[in-house]
Ligand binder design. Structure first.
Ligand code: FCB
Length: 465
């Protein structure tokens, strides 16, 4: 799509319209919604273990029951149809499909996804499958988890099994969700499962995740997948003072850890030199073997962008490293003078437009899709209504930013809201609600919030009023 034709489409009417064929949807992840933690042969994942470890997760909440989506998927697909979703992005629970992580396929685990896919297709909704959204089989963690190179190969085996069963009906596949989180929150800061706090392990994990991405992308393609993608949580990293070279260097460093460490090997075929220096500094460079970068650069058809908030940083001598950004001594994360969500995440949609335009400039060959964007607020149920004006404001602002990026030349193909349902928000348990649809965890009643109705209208008119 050329910039001119996009602009013509966008400015052809008074309302703000998205390009014809723009893909609208919503996203979830297996551990956050499925429940049924011990059914049909599923074994524990690292999140089952982590959530049971005292002090790791808000009030000891776990995904044991979650939204019971495993049993209520028909009702949930009907809700998606009411919203008019064209795409539903969900993930596969690895321990359902390969209960011992690497061995035989448990067909009962795949049966669930088979039923779900048919239900979606029956409602005219395209399934978009993420292979790995953080629920590694615990048995693999006991063998080193992502610090073990074998795990990358096991991810490719999972891809082969899944595409063999579902590939006849599922066109769009994603290898990983947010390897930054798996690597740095899982192995460096330890706020996510498996909760390790070892920078060396985090860099090893990052490389094996990226290797797993490349191997899985290849396996998906070999199995007939038509659209292969990778989803990253990318951040627009800004210097507090753009005129200060130290602040610029600080922003460049965090941009490296957050963005380029993943984008460059996947889309350019090599790790950036400043990030290779960090692998070396933490004693992890040995995991990168000759030929690995070529595997990681397996061609993809779509880059998934998960965007929630920008970051503002400045250089300040003496600041200790952030635990989640190893090697960031002397860099301070600065509060932003903007409203925040219930997560305390700053709300600034310009971060999304800047990010999309930067991706379009730096990696112009790769079409983009926003695969997650949304906000937690402290919703109040009043009778049959959740009047979540804040969430509508958040989504509206970010859709305007996405639209502006398209007008500026970004090849953005779609937008998926996080999330369809309120769900298990990892370390925050059920305390934070991101859903378009409210879930009463005592009764499992689903109640579309005002934002759900608003989003259905946006989808219906392919734009904003
Ligand atoms: C992303 C995760 C998703 C959800 C949102 C709020 O980092 O991919 O599972 O937790 O944040």
């Amino acid at each position: 799509m050329t910039i001119t034709s996009t602009q013509e489409q966008l400015t052809g009417t008074d309302e703000l319209r998205f390009p014809a064929g723009f893909r609208w949807g919503a996203a979830t992840a297996s551990y956050q919604i499925e429940g049924a933690a011990t059914e049909d042969g599923r074994t524990p994942s690292i999140w089952d273990v982590f959530s049971r470890t005292p002090g790791k997760v808000f009030e000891g909440h776990s995904g044991d029951v979650a939204c019971e989506h495993y049993h209520r998927y028909r009702e949930d697909v009907a809700l998606m149809a009411q919203l008019g979703l064209g795409v539903y992005r969900f993930s596969l629970a690895w321990p359902r499909i390969k209960p011992d992580g690497s061995g035989p396929v448990n067909q009962r685990g795949l049966d669930f996804y088979d039923r779900l896919v048919d239900e979606l297709l029956g409602h005219g909704i395209d399934p978009m499958i993420t292979l790995y959204h953080w629920d590694l089989p615990q048995v693999l963690e006991e063998r080193g988890g992502w610090t073990n190179r074998d795990t990358a190969h096991y991810l490719a085996d999972l891809a082969t099994a899944a595409v063999a069963r579902l590939g006849d009906r599922v066109a769009t596949w994603t290898t990983l969700n947010e390897p930054w989180c798996s690597g740095f929150l899982g192995y460096a800061s330890g706020v996510h499962a498996p909760g390790r706090q070892e920078p060396k392990a985090a860099f090893e994990a990052v490389h094996h995740l990226m290797l797993g991405h490349g191997l899985a992308a290849r396996a998906l393609r070999a199995g007939g997948a038509r659209e292969v993608s990778l989803t990253l949580n990318l951040t627009d990293v800004r210097p507090a003072n753009p005129a200060d070279p130290h602040d610029l260097a600080a922003a460049r460093h965090i941009d490296g850890l957050q963005n380029r460490l993943f984008l460059d090997p996947a889309l350019r075929g090599h790790y950036p030199p400043d990030m290779l220096a960090l692998f070396e500094r933490f004693g992890a460079a040995g995991v990168i073997r000759p030929g690995d970068e070529a595997v990681i650069a397996a061609p993809i058809d779509l880059l998934g962008v998960n965007y929630y908030q920008p970051a503002l940083v400045r250089a300040r001598v003496g600041t200790p490293s952030s635990a989640a950004h190893p090697g960031s001594e002397g860099i301070e994360f600065v509060d932003q003078a903007v409203p925040v969500t219930a997560m305390d995440w700053p709300v600034d949609p310009t971060g999304l437009s800047d990010l999309l335009l930067r991706l379009a400039a730096d990696y112009p060959e790769t079409p983009l899709m926003v695969t997650e964007n949304g906000a937690a607020y402290d919703d109040v149920v009043e009778g049959d209504r959740v009047a979540d004006a804040d969430r509508i404001g958040y989504l509206d602002g970010h859709l305007r930013a996405a639209h502006a990026a398209i007008a500026g030349g970004a090849d953005l193909r779609g937008y998926l809201a996080w999330s369809l349902l309120d769900n298990y928000e990892w370390g925050y348990g059920y305390g934070k609600r991101f859903g378009l649809v409210h879930v009463d965890y005592d009764t499992q009643r689903r109640l579309p919030k005002d934002s759900a109705r608003w989003y259905a209208e946006v989808i219906g008119r392919n734009g904003l009023a």
